[in-house]
Design a binder for this molecule. Structure first.
Ligand SMILES: Nc1ncnc2c1ncn2[C@@H]1O[C@H](COP(=O)(O)OP(=O)(O)OP(=O)(O)O)[C@@H](O)[C@H]1O
Length: 310
């Protein structure tokens, strides 16, 4: 049973079509990164999953239950970090957690939870004096209450410094190892790379790709750039490289010594052996993965790519 099933979901706000017949699944036990540029519809989707907003059409089921009819039961088993941190100025960190623990009938210790998010020293301070990152950490600690089966985190790294962002990734991993399914949104591809089993890319309310980060990289043409420094190059050798099945492009940069820059989707050794077969001596070579920025850009700007889904 998937942890989240979104079927043909549509949401309009007046003339704005925020979600357009959106369908996808989040498998039980996986970390699923929900990516998209500003305004793509990530928060709208999450709000419908949590029944904070109602769909115009379509349906959502969470942990096998209908998102609208069983929202109370779903929330008991789900930890949520909503978009836009809202803490209560007059309550301390401890009081925030006591509130969350009571409402979930859980038996967690506030100290232990705050320690996990690096906020133990501020346990008896009022949240009104917290920085953005501290508030975000507190909200995250609240999401962890009751060992939820599903964690839904909307832009969890907002307001966190690089250390905080790394700790956030560690927490996601720990929770996943405990058995929780994690669904989190981000508009920064790099943030999802280390922790996500799969990534879904949303654009204008439609899913344009669902795959592993590796798979997404491979799907973008010229996924890897190979640079080969050689003693010399001739037309025949260059044409032979260009005609290889896995090579989408090959150019020569520099003269002394020349460097061949090739976009390769598969085997890189074929490029090297083809050059050697033409009597060309390889002095050095290196490969560069296309950056995740490139992948994200290729799916979210310009003309729409073919849907690449698993
Ligand atoms: N309450 C609302 N009223 C009107 N339009 C809305 C409302 N909520 C969202 N929208 C519109 O729906 C679209 C999707 O917005 P949404 O907040 O879901 O995007 P997002 O992917 O979460 O963006 P961001 O990364 O900026 O948070 C946008 O065009 C937005 O203006």
């Amino acid at each position: 049973m998937p942890a989240i099933t979104v079927d043909n979901l549509t949401k309009s706000f007046g003339q704005t079509l925020a979600l357009d017949d959106l369908s996808f699944r989040v498998k039980e036990g996986e970390v699923f990164g929900f990516l998209g540029p500003n305004g793509a519809g990530k928060s709208t989707t999450i709000n419908i999953v949590l029944d904070f907003a109602r769909p115009t059409d379509g349906s959502v089921s969470v942990l096998g239950m209908d998102a609208q009819r069983n929202s109370r039961d779903i929330r008991q088993r789900t930890g949520v970090l909503p978009e836009g941190v809202k803490t209560y100025d007059r309550l301390t960190a401890r009081q925030h957690l006591e509130f969350a623990i009571n409402s979930k009938n859980a038996n967690d210790e506030p100290e232990a939870l705050l320690e996990r998010v690096g906020l133990e020293d501020a346990i008896d301070r009022k949240a009104g004096g917290f920085s953005k990152g501290m508030s975000q950490r507190l909200m995250l600690a609240m999401a962890l209450v009751g060992k939820p089966d599903l964690l839904i985190l909307d832009e969890p790294s907002t307001g966190l410094d690089p250390n905080g962002a790394r700790e956030m990734r560690d927490l996601v991993r720990e929770e996943n190892e405990r058995g929780a399914t994690v669904f989190f949104s981000s508009h920064i591809m790099e943030q999802v790379e280390e922790v996500c089993d799969r990534v879904g890319i949303l654009r204008d309310g439609e899913m344009v790709a669902v795959d592993s980060v590796e798979g997404l990289r491979d799907s973008v043409s010229g996924g890897t750039s190979l640079r080969v420094t050689v003693d010399r190059i001739d037309d025949a050798a260059l044409q032979a490289v260009r005609s290889l099945q896995d090579v989408t492009r090959a150019t020569v940069k520099g003269e002394d010594p020349p460097t061949i820059v090739a976009s390769v989707n598969g085997s890189k050794t074929a490029v090297l052996s083809t050059l050697e077969d033409h009597g060309i001596e390889i002095q050095d070579f290196q490969t560069t993965e296309s950056s995740l920025e490139d992948v994200f850009r290729s799916y979210t700007t310009g003309t729409r790519p073919e849907v690449h889904a698993q």
